[in-house]
Write a protein that binds this ligand. Sequence first.
Ligand code: NAD
Length: 286
Amino acid sequence: RGKRAFIAGVADDNGYGWAIAKALAAAGAEILVGTWVPALNIFETSLRRGKFDESRKLPDGSLMEIAKVYPLDAVYDSPEDVPEDVKTNKRYAGSTKWTVKEAAESVKEDFGSIDILVHSLANGPEVTKPLLETSRSGYLAAMSASSYSFVSLLQHFLPIMNSGGASISLTYIASERTIPGYGGGMSSAKAALESDTRVLAFEAGRKGNIRVNTISAGPLGSRAAKAIGFIEKMIEYSYVNAPLEKELLADEVGNAAAFLVSPLASAITGSTVYVDNGLNTMAIAV
Ligand code: NAD
């Protein structure tokens, strides 16, 4: 039987989530995605109109199929948590069952179980502000969208994950070394995500024989990264200073993720794995 993957955080064909979906599809997995509610309409329309057909191409020439797109807002666990203004917001009102709990229930209803859970989402409303100028609500919002969202996803999907399955998330080295510009509590959120990877690896390993790892990825000019503002500078810095003097492709992160959730990585859990052309190993700029 082929594996089934749920990938949270795909809303276009530029980010790491899309690349991971492609790598998993190329390896024969069935692909389900969770798309942020406000981005759902445009993503589904673009998909339907063939706007992504070129980037849906897999190495064997076939096109990646997405079995189903689920609306998702990973900052809400269940309907009781959704504030009135969000409920009635017209970008949300057109969709239903998009809290984490409901998304897991819908996937269970439609497909019964999954083998692979991917968390490829983050949000920090004050990311452009230095930590020293970040508000409490901005900091907590970054943690909620970028760290607790993974705890919640694993909590709700674990019961429908087949034994031997695996999950993966995406982190960034700003968690462990200072990257000026990655503010608003996003560095804190990534530190929490990496620590949680270790604790959840133990808990999900013991509870469901599920592995939990995170990829510390190098810079990519995704939609989310462009919102931060300094991504072109980081890409250039990496190109000039990393041991491997080449552009980092989203597909390289996709391939590493496919390895980490596959049986080839059956003894790897609780790890932060760098996929960054080796940049993390450098102590000085070249
Ligand atoms: P992306 O824009 O492709 O992905 C981020 C996704 O998160 C978007 O699809 C967005 O709609 C979704 N999202 C935001 N808030 C959400 C919510 N509340 N509920 C559900 N979905 C929500 O950008 P990306 O850079 O590929 O980001 C994917 C992951 O990779 C993130 O965790 C990011 O921090 C991480 N990462 C990115 C870089 C980089 O340079 N781009 C480097 C290291 C790690």
